[in-house]
Design a protein around this ligand. Structure first.
Ligand code: HEC
Length: 145
């Protein structure tokens, strides 16, 4: 091997090892596949987007209750707090809706299948950045199912 191809090979190897700028390591192993994601996308845009926004951005001013004193639909992306819930908790929330009528999140039990609820939950996690997703995934108690 001549020196030129050695340098080239080293550069390629370095690039393959990821960048060295101290950026957090990104792992892109998400738990859902494309089919699940497209089902989740369809469910979200049919049933959820009217409240949570087309891209899951939530209602403006969601941090404060609305005029009726009830919670407003929060963002489901990085700007919200859905990533504090485990995969199971997200699905339970969708299934049962807002606890004690504190907000107008409907219960979807009997209206969506288990598969659709799992798919829309996966779609929600797809809104998160790699870092948020990774943190969520590595929390030991979190089930991604
Ligand atoms: C009528 C409006 C409305 C619709 C439709 C709606 N939501 Fe919500 N959603 C809310 C409100 C309001 C809250 C906050 C309620 C609370 O915290 O008690 C909420 C909360 C949530 C949460 C918890 C987020 C968090 O950070 O605590 C998830 C997850 C969620 N919704 C998913 C969905 C999905 C998935 C659908 C569609 C299948 C949907 N929502 C449809 C109004 C709605």
């Amino acid at each position: 091997m001549n020196i030129k191809s050695f340098v080239l090979l080293s550069a390629l190897l370095l690039a393959a090892c990821g960048d060295k700028t101290g950026e957090p390591q990104k792992k892109n192993a998400r738990h859902y596949d494309e089919k699940t994601l497209s089902m989740g996308d369809r469910v979200f845009h049919t049933h959820c987007a009217e409240c949570h926004g087309y891209n899951g951005e939530g209602k403006p001013g969601w941090e404060q209750p609305g005029p009726d004193g009830k919670l407003l639909p929060p963002p489901l992306d990085n700007n919200g707090r859905s990533w504090r819930l485990s995969g199971m908790q997200i699905q339970q929330f969708i299934l049962h809706g807002s606890p004690d009528g504190r907000g107008n999140m409907p219960a979807w039990k009997g209206k969506l299948t288990e598969q659709e609820i799992a798919a829309v939950s996966a779609w929600i996690t797809s809104l998160w950045s790699d870092q948020v997703y990774l943190d969520w995934q590595t929390k030991a108690e979190h089930s991604t199912q």
